[in-house]
Design a protein around this ligand. Structure first.
Ligand code: 5GP
Ligand code: MN
Length: 339
């Protein structure tokens, strides 16, 4: 692993840079990427931001969004263009993921890329694929690590209102509005600096959290009323939503964001799970309280991972089959869930 001075040297002359985030990016993946891209442009680099998939409408207002190359099946040449950018990049910043399989169709091009790879991430159990890494699982957000990088480069004065807004969005959402147990003193110091550089906490929270459609609210109501199941024996709450249920409410990317947390708000519940049909797989979201590690469960049984208290995974099984599998693995965790 190379050190930071070498990265600084590398950034001293203008480069072709790609900033790439994980599939189905959340506000931290997109915000940290756009924040870093804005900063690198100020240093004189040519920057292409790549998202391996589409992402929710409630993130599309982030400054710099219009420059994102999002790989989207509906636009045939976006994959090809992304591959070309990856091939020609001198430096590839990989943000908010630590295993190349999280960029889906771009995994092979990313692995084969000739450019220098820099991983900036806060998830558990990384694969060692990068030449440089800024990896810290204590950091609540990747956006905070981008701030740390800018700070290490002694360039905090280059943070303008757009960069600050993007980074603040990632920091705010990955801490659940500064409420999750990953919220340290450091998160507030970073937030304070970002606000000083022009991020507006009220405006950003409003745009991200108060951005419902009527259909999305109704879908939430339906899921809570008809779909939420509590299994007291395992202190687990789950919801499983089929493709036809999602179509009934015209569900869009991002409409299920945050839904998993409701289960965890029930007294006594230690783990909440949301699963739903995605085109060719079932996607799972896990949340937990305290020492119970959903990262471990997601990694072992659902081809996923993440953090101790927030993780995701997927299954090629049917929705029913995936639910049966979840119920079948719960006994393995009975003691931990009841500890
Ligand atoms: P969410 O449930 O909100 O999709 O994701 C929760 C956390 O787990 C996020 O930090 C996300 O990056 C991570 N995560 C979600 N899906 C996956 C996955 O399939 N694999 C891995 N390794 N992490 C995931
Ligand atoms: Mn993150």
């Amino acid at each position: 692993m190379k050190n930071q001075e070498e990265l600084e040297m590398l950034l001293q002359s203008p480069r072709n840079v790609v900033v790439i985030m994980h599939f189905k990016p959340d506000a931290d993946a997109l915000g940290s990427s756009l924040g870093l891209a804005g900063f690198l442009k100020k240093l004189g680099h040519r920057v292409q931001v790549i998202a391996p998939s589409n992402y929710p409408e409630f993130l599309a207002w982030l400054p710099g969004n219009e420059q994102v190359l999002a790989v989207d099946d509906r636009f045939g040449d976006s994959l090809l263009k992304a591959v070309q950018e990856i091939e020609k990049a001198d430096i590839l910043f990989c943000l908010d993921f630590n295993n190349p399989n999280r960029v889906n169709a771009l995994e092979k091009p990313l692995r084969d890329a000739r450019g220098v790879k820099v991983m900036i991430d806060h998830h558990l159990e990384p694969e060692n694929f990068a030449d440089f890494q800024k990896w810290n699982t204590q950091s609540a957000s990747t956006a905070g690590l981008v701030f740390d990088l800018i700070h290490d480069l002694k360039a905090v004065d280059k943070i303008d209102a757009d960069i600050a807004t993007c980074l603040y969005a990632g920091l705010m959402t990955d801490t659940g509005g500064f409420r999750h147990n990953n919220t340290r003193h450091q998160e507030f110091l970073i937030a304070s600096s970002l606000v000083a550089h022009g991020a507006d906490p009220h405006v950003i929270a409003k745009k991200i959290y108060d951005n419902n459609t009527l259909e999305r609210l109704r879908l939430t109501g339906f899921a809570l009323y008809e779909k939420l199941v509590v299994v007291p024996e395992y202190r687990t709450a789950y919801m499983a939503l089929s493709g036809s249920e999602l179509s009934r409410f015209n569900a869009q990317t991002g409409d299920l964001e945050g839904l998993v947390n409701y289960g965890l708000s029930i007294g006594g519940v230690r783990m909440a799970v949301l699963m739903y049909d995605r085109k060719d797989e079932v996607k799972l979201s896990f949340r937990s309280l305290g020492d119970f590690s959903v990262n471990e469960l997601a990694r072992k049984h659902f081809n996923g991972g993440g953090h101790r208290n927030a993780a995701g995974g997927q299954s090629k099984n049917s929705l029913q089959g995936t639910l049966e599998k979840l119920l079948a693995v719960l006994p393995e965790y009975k003691n931990q869930l009841n500890a």
